[in-house]
Design a protein around this ligand. Structure first.
Ligand SMILES: [Zn+2]
Length: 239
């Protein structure tokens, strides 16, 4: 039997192409999963930024209300100064007003700090909104791309599979069963090229007897991985 090594090479290329297409088909949903997970992450960051802002705004409002109440109380105490019956009472009241005014000044500082922090949190929330919007756009764009690529890949796979089936019809009849068995078990590695020294799939060394068989275009199976071997380009006429 003189095997057409060009046929084996062509079958090998097609099998590889199909593996490659399958891999690209498999990766599509993974890409979508990644961008969706990014989007969910940015949404969570946004929710957290909103929550932080809301909590601080509430605390700030409360403090401002507290300050208003305390200021009103001081005004009330000031009003009572004139009604004091004794110097002692007057002095006590003045001391209390001074202490309350001091406490209010501390409160005012705290409110100012909160307002500055609110500006920072507001900016963080806006940045988080932008990130989330961008992530949403990324998801849409990747989903659309993957969907359109999937269509292409499926068409490509049909085209290559049809060509493969056509080419397989020319495999010598006494080799078909073995070929089918190998493809079923090993996929694209059912076939392997060799430079007459080693197997292109597993690097197993080729015996002299096998080199002689290869030169005679006999079916040769690698002793390492079991693939059906063919001579690589440039080695076909070397011997
Ligand atoms: Zn091998």
């Amino acid at each position: 039997m003189s095997l057409d090594y060009d046929l084996l090479k062509s079958l090998h290329l097609k099998l590889r192409l199909i593996t490659d297409i399958d891999e690209r088909i498999r990766k599509g949903p993974i890409k979508v999963k990644v961008v969706r997970s990014n989007e969910a992450g940015f949404l969570q960051s946004l929710e957290e930024a909103k929550e932080k802002l809301l909590t601080l705004r509430k605390a700030s409002n409360e403090k401002q209300m507290q300050l208003g109440e305390r200021e009103a109380k001081i005004e009330d105490l000031k009003g009572k100064l004139n009604a004091c019956d004794s110097n002692k009472e007057f002095q006590l009241l003045k001391d209390r007003i001074a202490a309350d005014t001091q406490a209010n000044s501390v409160l005012q500082d705290e409110i100012l700090e909160q307002l500055e922090r609110l500006d920072v949190l507001q900016a963080e929330k806006e940045a988080a909104e932008k990130n989330y919007e961008k992530a949403q756009a990324d998801t849409k764009s990747v989903e659309a791309k993957v969907q359109s690529e999937l269509k292409e890949f499926k068409q490509e796979k049909i085209r290559v599979s049809t060509e493969l089936a056509e080419a397989e019809k020319t495999i010598p009849i006494d080799l078909v069963t073995e070929y089918r068995r190998l493809v079923k078990g090993k996929g694209e590695d059912a076939l392997g090229s060799t430079d007459t020294h080693t197997c292109g799939n597993c690097n197993q060394q080729i015996s002299k007897q096998f080199v002689a068989d290869l030169t005679l275009r006999k079916p040769v199976f690698c002793q390492g991985c079991g693939c059906l071997m063919y001579l690589a380009d440039g080695y076909a006429r070397a011997n």
